[in-house]
Write a protein that binds this ligand. Structure first.
Ligand code: ADP
Length: 294
């Protein structure tokens, strides 16, 4: 089982010519409302990849349709609290160049309690993973408690908080970062410099670095593995990283070797970037297997 302690958002997607500029009021040519948030996306990806996933989070009590949506993907929602606070949401601008710009409001995602986390961790079994992103409160506490409870711990520090990430490194089995997060953490300006510096700065941790259309690189004290991206025509990169993380962790939690897990995850995220939106753009394991076999 993967316990994913993470955000649940409603994404409002607007198709635009360019990102809105200071003082500008701009029309949008299309609008869609979809389930999102890095946490929920990663739970959906885990479920679609065939993992047993329990989402730990919070939404506004009136938004029960979100629970139904998560369940329809196969995500267990027993640990999703229903609170007074508004459900987290994101305002997403999409351009024709497959770029996005996002405003986030955390809302209920910042109402997790120590008690909720403790109750969840009381249910851990041997071999379970605990996954977190940085869109909920109590991140450091949850990571530390997860390690203490004997879980395998993965952290995707998105959005990046360098101080927090450095503080929690001792609790992690796997750190998963994209290019921007890797450069921020290494405090360098190029991805090459980050790839050079991170293993030297943190020789004891395993780092998964996703590199957009360049693919992904993993390094630990023992291994250094690179997997190229699949060549596709990208339409919307929203949730590419989340898809990668969900599929990679789903594979690892089922004992798949690292390189094979990375390849599956690259294929899944390549499919994701060819489709619009977040959760709905995440493929199923069958689609991924067909894509690889092509
Ligand atoms: P994030 O969405 O967090 O910024 P990345 O952009 O690194 O993450 O994307 C995650 C993964 O998605 C990459 O490792 C790669 O496998 C895949 N991917 C992203 N963009 C493309 C693309 N244009 N073509 C093919 N695969 C892509």
């Amino acid at each position: 089982t993967v316990f994913n302690v993470g955000s649940i958002n409603v994404d409002h997607l607007y198709q635009v010519d360019h990102f809105v500029r200071p003082g500008e009021t701009m029309g949008s040519s299309s609008y869609q409302q979809l389930l999102g948030g890095k946490g929920a996306n990663q739970s959906v990806a885990l479920a679609k990849a065939g993992a047993k996933v329990k989402h730990v989070g919070a939404i506004c009590h009136s938004d029960t349709h979100i629970i139904e949506q998560l369940q329809s993907y196969g995500v267990n929602t027993e640990w999703v609290a229903k609170v007074e606070e508004t459900t987290g949401h994101a305002i997403i601008q999409l351009t024709g160049e497959a770029e996005n710009a996002i405003i986030l409001h955390a809302g209920a995602n910042h109402t997790l309690t120590s008690r909720q986390i403790k109750s969840v961790l009381d249910n851990l079994q041997q071999g379970d993973w605990v996954l977190l992103q940085n869109e909920t409160n109590l991140v450091a506490e949850a990571l530390q408690a997860a390690q203490a409870a004997g879980a395998k711990v993965a952290f995707n520090p998105a959005p990046m908080d360098v101080e927090l990430t450095r503080k929690v490194l001792p609790y992690l089995d796997l750190l998963i970062v994209n290019e921007v997060e890797a450069m921020d953490l290494a405090q360098v300006d190029t991805i090459e410099a980050a790839a050079d510096k991170l293993p030297k700065d943190y020789p004891d941790i395993a780092v998964m670095m996703t590199l957009g259309k360049e693919g992904v690189r993993y390094f630990s004290a023992q291994e250094d593995i690179q997997v190229p991206a699949f060549v596709v025509s990208a339409k919307d990169t929203t949730a590419a990283g989340d898809t990668f993380i969900g599929f990679c962790l789903a594979e690892l939690s089922q004992g798949t070797p690292m390189q094979q897990a990375m390849t599956k995850a690259c294929a899944a995220s390549a499919i994701c970037v060819t489709r619009m939106g977040a959760a709905p753009s995440i493929p199923t394991m069958n689609e991924v297997n067909d894509f690889i076999a092509q």
